[in-house]
Design a binder for this molecule. Sequence first.
Ligand code: IFM
Length: 451
Amino acid sequence: MLESRLSFPADFYWGTATAAYQIEGAVSVDGRGPSIWDTFSHLDGRIARGHNGDIAADHYHRWQEDIKLMKRLHVNAYRFSISWSRILPTGRGAVNPKGLDFYNRLVDGLLDAGITPFVTLYHWDLPQPLEDEGGWLRRDVVDDFVAYTDVVSRALGDRVKHWVTINEPWVFSWLGYFTGMHAPGNMSGNPMLALQAGHHGLLAHGMALPILRANTPDARVGIALSLTHVDPASDRPEDIAAARRYDGYNNRWYLDALFHGKYPEDMLETYRPFLPEFQPHDLEIIARPMDFLGVNYYTRLVIADEPEQFGLQLKTVEQTGEPTHMGWEVYPDGLTALLRCIHEDYGPNAIYVTENGAAFEDEVTLEGRIHDHKRVDYLRKHLAAASKAIEEGIPLKGYFAWSLLDNFEWAEGYDKRFGLYYVDYATQERTLKDSGRFFAQVAEGAILPTS
Ligand code: IFM
């Protein structure tokens, strides 16, 4: 076997990532309350093939088996999210002890297996009663998030040292409150609502930081952003400016607020007619120091100017690289370039790639094997790109493959498979894919097998 040594240090975190609604199932078990994704996924026509997360990968009942699957991958970390409505079934008030018990058992099981838990507090499953009051559009949701954070970190903070407050505020605010592709399905088409929801997400992050630090000795706290490498379609100044607008919309809006304590001037100007009111000290709270930045990277976008287009007056141009089953271009150089930009422009103390991976159409052979060479290739190239970033001096401290298992891919349902393990949803049998074997070799030896 040919192999090349990578630049990953011995204390590097090798992990896989998941989210509660995508894998747990057991939506009405042990006192869990409904979340916006329970409601949304049961609406007609909102999810491909009418799928929902009622059963998902049944991780709620199979978590012990799933920890064994992680051991087989030789990972030393696992990023998962907490279902807010398992802990607080109506979003606030009475705590559901059985919900806490589940995560207590999971955390203990991980630690017994030598796997460090990275806990995400919010991965999009807002308790439905809070949405009924206005959800992320309502400023008081921040207080609810802080109270929930307090409950969870008091219970787990003696053992969980790595906390991700919020996952991908861009996604849940724009897809949840502007296009309506995600829960709660608000198709307002009004940028003000997305900006308001996103602002409250960032504020919730900033307000939760001192709580996490108080309840968790030695806490390492950060946020996970969905960041995209953006290229202009040509050297034309109009296309360069359009690419910069997209970068402002998707990346800089969040990074500038978190690291510089202000939203980018050019985007404030672009959004001017749609800006919600921000209170004077909000940005100071949002920019409270974090210990790490979580980067969720999947692809790049090539952007051209399009004056006729409503809103940002731009369009995405067909890319040249191979598309995944999501239609996202495989573009590993974008990961190195993105990490470089983050390092140079924002200088976080530490960066984790908190998600990276690809959906491809998997075929199970008669022998029950999944030879997912495209996913292997995707991982190989992105790990090489991550290794290059480390060689350049970028403080990349961990890499989490999305995802441990095939799971409920939101509006796409179960057809889009991202897992290192294949899930047969009829039997819930898990089968290690070739990509899982490959990742296990890398995680075990920081060696990149090339054949
Ligand atoms: O499945 C999602 C995850 O929940 C958030 N980041 C992107 C993944 C792939 O779409």
